[in-house]
Design a protein around this ligand. Sequence first.
Ligand SMILES: CC(C)(COP(=O)(O)OP(=O)(O)OC[C@H]1O[C@@H](n2cnc3c(N)ncnc32)[C@H](O)[C@@H]1OP(=O)(O)O)[C@@H](O)C(=O)NCCC(=O)NCCS
Length: 200
Amino acid sequence: MDVTVALLSESFAESMLLPSGYVSLLRFLVKQYLIERRGLMPHTATLVGFYRGNEEENEGVEQLAGTVEVSFNKRGSNASPPTPTPPKNSPYICNMTVKQPLRRRGIGWHLLKASEELISQMSSSIEVYLHCRMIDAAPFNMYTKAGYDVVKTDSILILLTLQRRKHLMCKKLPVLKNPSEMDMSSSDEEVSSGADIQKP
Ligand SMILES: CC(C)(COP(=O)(O)OP(=O)(O)OC[C@H]1O[C@@H](n2cnc3c(N)ncnc32)[C@H](O)[C@@H]1OP(=O)(O)O)[C@@H](O)C(=O)NCCC(=O)NCCS
């Protein structure tokens, strides 16, 4: 829990351009949030990805590399989701982040594929939604490459509320008989085990 809280807090501070002094406040808020979300399992899950470098890089020690949150249905959905509002009953992916020094190694891609695979197992709905800020090229490229399309975009008036404009994106997941059919093609060799469900 604490390493995930630290990773998410650093990521929020980075995306909101907050000075490092705010990170401890963010940690407190993020921890409360994660505890609240944990109470909604199994309608939602937080996945964590671990990375084990080679001997020279990190003495082969496994470290938390990234995290992502998935909700499967209305009961797991966020009480006040960001705009443009996704359908409440549809699976939704949010709060994805990869530790800065470990980016561009396929970890975000694996977290996304693990989320989709879990959604295929946990939900009968095949439409999965997520948000992406218009200024964030890295996740936007990743989601587009993975087959997500923009279905709606915040009005420019959202800027009056001091928020960034966001896209609501959607992908129709293929109906699979066997989840191992999911496309996991990417740099598999660098990721130890994709993602594990964080136990309560
Ligand atoms: C978005 C994020 C999770 C991607 O994680 P990652 O592990 O670096 O991504 P991957 O290495 O798996 O890259 C997958 C694809 O995403 C795209 N991508 C990732 N980083 C990119 C970058 N800096 N610029 C352009 N495209 C990028 C590419 O299409 C890439 O495929 P490729 O390597 O074959 O070109 C990571 O950049 C991050 O944590 N960003 C800060 C938090 C954030 O923006 N979260 C998303 C909220 S919507």
